[in-house]
Write a protein that binds this ligand. Structure first.
Ligand code: SF4
Length: 239
């Protein structure tokens, strides 16, 4: 299984080279989100481990970059990227191959761990998942490992936004079941202090996804943020 894939046309980043720091099938994660594109199976762990070798990632990236010009690098794959304990070694290896912004898509569950705020600063952009405004909805949407506490997660996001130099953004995935929390989620985003909010819906999960009108209605609730929905025209947004 290759760690580097794409390039893929990302609705948030433009043409992105994907890097999977986990490379495991089934997935390895500490959540089991109801809409996960990787399915409901997989291995649930909370301790970090080494899944792929950073030199292998570097070689694969070098090969791909010989043939394409990208807008960004996106670390996202078969599980939570911060479960990879060599994540920052991977970032350093990628920096030797490209000057493009390096972004990570994360569920934020590691933000309260020692040393992680320094790791966040190694990225140009960090996009964090936030699909709920209270523990009940969090359990329903994200089905976390028992050690992950919703209130701690939100507090660690606020701390990360205050203390990190990286560009921290929020992504909210909406399905019918969490639409009722949109206003409260927007309030939490305000408390965290982010400027950019991405609104997604699982377009590949038939019956679970929302339509364009639903997403536009939700975008109106996030008034005051720079909002982009999964239906908006795709273009690079890494500035
Ligand atoms: S955090 Fe991401 S990889 Fe993990 S279950 Fe949720 S959607 Fe899937």
């Amino acid at each position: 299984m290759k760690a580097v894939y794409g390039p893929v046309r990302s609705w948030r980043l433009g043409l992105a080279m994907g890097v999977d720091p986990i490379c495991k099938q089934p997935k390895v994660c500490n959540l089991k989100c109801i809409y996960c594109r990787l399915g409901h199976g997989g291995i649930m762990i909370t301790e970090r481990s080494r899944f792929v070798d950073e030199k292998q990632v570097q070689e694969e990236a070098r090969e791909l970059l010989k043939t394409v010009k990208i807008d960004a690098v996106m670390l996202q794959g078969t599980g939570e990227p911060f479960l990879a304990k060599n994540l920052i070694d991977i970032v350093h290896a990628l920096r030797e191959e490209t000057d493009m912004p390096i972004c990570v898509m994360t569920n934020g569950s590691f933000f309260n761990r020692e040393g992680i705020l320094d790791e966040l600063n190694e990225f140009d952009m960090v996009i964090v998942k936030l699909d709920a405004a209270d523990p009940v909805c969090f359990s329903m949407m994200n089905r976390p490992h028992g050690s992950i506490i919703f209130e701690d997660l939100v507090e660690s996001l606020k701390k990360a936004k205050r203390q990190c130099t990286c560009d921290l953004r929020i992504q909210v995935t909406f399905v019918r079941a969490n639409m009722y929390q949109a206003e409260q989620i927007a309030d939490i985003c305000r408390d965290i202090g982010v400027d950019v909010v991405y609104l997604s819906t699982p377009v590949r999960k038939e019956g679970m996804d929302l339509n364009k009108k639903d997403m536009n209605d939700l975008a109106a609730i996030f008034n005051g943020f720079k909002v982009r929905t999964i239906f908006d025209e795709r273009s690079a947004d890494t500035s």
